[in-house]
Every structure is written in structure tokens, then in C-alpha cells.
Design a protein around this ligand. Structure first.
Ligand code: IMP
Length: 421
């Protein structure tokens, strides 16, 4: 039976999902995004060029691959149009192989303002949101107030927009009476709706299920990561959607019986942007060395990412929640040149050693196992057999801890810097 394979991040996002979707997309009839929105930044390098996609699926560079923005995604039409323009400037015609769900919710300029004002009001407890309006848009979705892509084709769209904006501005005023003037981009919002209307906006749940019936396979492309999932992540320092495998079903309209492989992407170490606890964070020169070698700066916001050792307690949790069938390890090349590597194998919490994630990671410290590092430059390697012995040991240690095979090791940003095990 043809299947929907799910590819998702197992950490706090930024694992390198975009690169792997791009590498694997040739094997699939379609790539579909199922949650999140322009808070994501999926970076893809090929032919000496670099692209950062925020909402458009990472299969867009292969003309024969259909790209679907599912109902679970939230779309900011302004940023969406900017992405279309960027692709067209580089010679692509995204309208040829792109479909948008009529059920996907719209991010309004006033959602972005609400995001900014509520983050400011949180003071030192702020989430560290990307300020793309994600939280307020999902709040309107579950609060049954939202506007959807399908609504932009209705005659009363402007009235409904005005009513929702009014609601938002009342809240904005109640938090900060001066913030009203910060509302921006309304004219751009309305002009960008034209770009959206010109695309194929359809019931993507039918499209996807028809593709499956025809025997085609689909790759569901996750955004953010398991530890940012609104249910199982490090709440409240999370995003507002289900980043875990179950999100692919609700965010695309496909049955759980259709799910095939679940590919879990993780970095050989850990990073996090935004606030929230991070038990293996390195605030010393080792953390800085990882940041420098891995160029760990946000692709959406440019913020320096917090860096630390690999957390196997969290990785085991993510493997369990998602039912990961294949692990894929990214940025292995960044760990070259460390005499010793540490892996967190249990937590110290309330004077006990534990192997489960407590509901709050605050107050948790990491217990480590140490393994030997390697000095070889991995970026030119072509075959898995060429990997240094110490890296092979590192891989085996992770496989044993998670009871899951690592099927791919990435040794650089390029398509060709990908070793299949
Ligand atoms: P929001 O999704 O913009 O509301 O941000 C909520 C939290 O998720 C913040 O800590 C963000 O830094 C984080 N976050 C959201 N999207 C991403 C992503 O694509 N990569 C990494 N972190 C993200």
C-alpha cells in the first residue's frame, strides 16, 4: 500500500529537516507540510545556492513533485508571497506544483501585533516567540474565530476581516493602550491575497487521498520539533501546534493507517532558540565552539542558538512519542575536533536519577556518559565505511539507547554530503 512517510524533528527544531526533505523528495509524488507556519525556516543548499523556505514545502525545487500546504498550517499571505517571489527570481515557477488547503488558517497583521504585545507583557517569562503571529492564529482557530484560505474567495471577506481585527485591537488596547499604532502591513496583506487567490487553493485532503489511491507515496514534512509540541514539549515554552507524528494525520486529513515510515531527524548535539529549560546547555567555550563550527544562528530570526550536548533522555522520549522507524543524524561534521563528547543518559531531578521527562524541565540537570571524539574532517566523505571509528561508536551508542537504527548521517549542508548507512 502506498503510504505517507513522516519526516520530523526530534529536538527543539532546526535539526536540518529541509535538507533531508530535499534529498528524499525525488522518491515521493508529493511533499506536504502539516503544521506550523512562517516560524519555520527550512534551509536548502544545492548547486552553490542557498534557499530558506518558511511555509512552502521543501520539495518545490523538483518540478515533478507536488507540494502541498495542508490544513494544519497557518499562512501569512505577505510572507508567502515573498517566498513565491524569491523562488521566481531564481527561475522556479512554484505555481506549477503547489497546492494550498482551503482550510488552512490565515495569519493577519493583527495576529502578529497580538503576538508582539503579549510577549512584551510576559516580561522575563516570555516564550521567545518568533513573533510571526503563530500563537494568536492557532488560538483563533481553536477559539472558532479564525479566517481560512477558503474565506478569501467569499464576498464578505473584508467584513469578516474587519470584525476579527476589531476583536484583536480591543485585546491589544487592554494590554497596552499605546500599541494600537504599531499595526502594520494591512495594505500589503490585502495585495498579497491576490497572489494567494492565483494559486491552486483546493480541498487538499481529497487531493492527498486520491494520490494515495493511485499508488503514489507522500512525504509529510514536519516543522519545529517534538520538544516544541504543544502537548508533549517543554510547555509553556513551545509552539502552538502538534509537531509530533499524529499532527500529520490531523494536519493533512489522512488516516493513521496510511502512515508508513517515521523518519526522526536530530542533530549530533542539541540547540534551542527562544526561552525555556535546556538541561544539556553549554554556557562555556565548548558551547561557543559548537555555535561557531555549526553556524548556529536562526534562519528565521537570526538569533544565536543556544548549544549543548546530545540529550538521549529527550531523544528516547521523542522516538517513543513519534514511533520513529529511522533516525537521521545531522551536522555530524560539526563535532569534529572535540577530544571528548558527552551524552546525557539520565537526569538528576529532586535528588533522584530519572530517565523520564518530568512535566517541567526546570531544576533538571544532566548526568553524562563520555565518549572519545574524532579530529577527521568529515565534509568530503562519500561512504559510511569511511566514518572515523569514534563516530561509529557514537552512532552505535545512540542506536542502542533508542533501540532505533540510524539510517543516514549528514556531514555538511550540501545534497551530496549525505551518507546512507
Ligand atoms: P512561535 O512558534 O513563534 O510562537 O515560538 C514559540 C517557540 O518555538 C519559541 O521558543 C521559538 O523560538 C520556537 N520556534 C518556533 N518555530 C521554530 C523553528 O522553526 N525552529 C526552532 N524554534 C522554533
Amino acid at each position: 500500500m502506498s503510504a505517507v512517510d513522516v519526516l520530523l524533528g526530534l529536538q527543539w527544531g532546526d535539526e536540518g529537516k529541509g535538507k533531508i526533505v530535499d534529498v528524499l523528495s525525488a522518491r515521493y509524488g508529493a511533499v506536504a507540510r502539516f503544521q506550523g507556519g512562517p516560524n519555520a525556516g527550512h534551509t536548502i543548499h544545492f548547486d552553490g545556492k542557498k534557499f530558506v523556505l518558511h511555509t512552502i514545502p521543501s520539495g518545490i525545487f523538483r518540478e515533478e513533485c507536488q507540494n502541498i500546504v495542508g490544513n494544519g498550517v497557518v499562512i501569512d499571505p505577505i510572507r508567502f508571497e515573498q517566498e513565491l517571489i524569491q523562488l521566481r527570481h531564481s527561475g522556479y515557477q512554484p505555481e506549477r506544483n503547489l497546492f494550498i488547503s482551503l482550510r488552512a488558517h490565515l495569519i493577519l497583521p493583527s495576529h502578529r501585533l497580538l503576538d508582539a504585545v503579549s510577549e512584551r507583557a510576559k516580561g522575563k517569562d516570555k516564550i521567545g516567540s518568533t513573533l510571526r503571529g503563530i500563537g494568536p492564529t492557532y488560538m483563533d482557530k481553536t477559539g472558532r474565530n479564525g479566517l481560512r484560505v477558503g474565506d478569501v474567495f467569499q464576498a464578505d471577506f473584508e467584513d469578516r476581516y474587519a470584525r476579527l481585527k476589531q476583536k484583536h485591537m480591543d485585546i491589544v488596547r487592554s494590554i497596552d493602550s499605546n500599541a494600537e499604532t504599531e499595526l502594520e502591513d494591512e495594505a500589503s496583506f490585502f495585495s498579497s491575497l491576490e497572489a494567494l487567490r492565483a494559486l491552486r487553493c483546493v480541498n487538499t485532503e481529497y487531493l492527498l487521498n486520491e494520490m494515495l489511491s493511485r499508488g503514489e507515496s507522500i512525504l509529510a514534512e514536519g516543522a519545529q520539533g517534538t520538544l516544541l509540541d504543544v502537548e508533549f514539549g517543554t510547555y509553556p515554552f513551545v509552539t502552538s501546534s502538534n509537531t509530533t507524528a499524529s499532527g500529520a494525520c490531523s494536519g493533512l486529513g489522512i488516516s493513521p493507517r496510511r502512515i508508513g515510515k517515521v523518519m526522526g531527524i536530530f542533530k549530533a548535539y542539541t540547540t534551542r532558540v527562544g526561552s525555556g529549560p535546556f538541561p544539556t546547555e553549554l554556557l562555556d567555550e565548548t558551547g561557543q565552539k559548537i555555535r561557531d563550527q555549526g553556524f548556529e544562528y536562526g534562519s528565521t530570526t537570526g538569533r544565536p542558538r543556544r548549544c549543548g550536548w546530545l540529550d538521549l533522555v529527550a531523544l528516547q522520549y521523542a522516538v517513543m512519542l513519534n514511533g520513529v522507524t529511522d533516525l537521521m543524524m545531522m551536522k555530524s561534521d560539526v563535532l569534529s575536533g572535540f577530544e571528548e563528547l558527552q551524552l546525557c543518559t539520565s537526569y538528576r531531578y529532586q535528588s533522584q536519577d530519572i530517565k523520564e521527562l518530568p512535566i517541567e524541565l526546570r531544576g533538571v540537570s544532566a548526568n553524562y556518559t563520555r565518549l572519545a571524539g574524532w579530529n577527521e574532517d568529515l565534509t568530503q566523505l562519500k561512504k559510511a565505511e569511511q566514518l572515523p571509528a569514534a563516530l561509529k561508536q557514537y552512532i552505535q551508542f545512540i542506536e542502542a539507547a533508542t533501540s532505533t537504527p540510524i539510517s543516514l548521517v549528514s556531514v555538511g549542508p550540501g545534497r551530496e554530503q549525505t551518507l546512507f548507512l
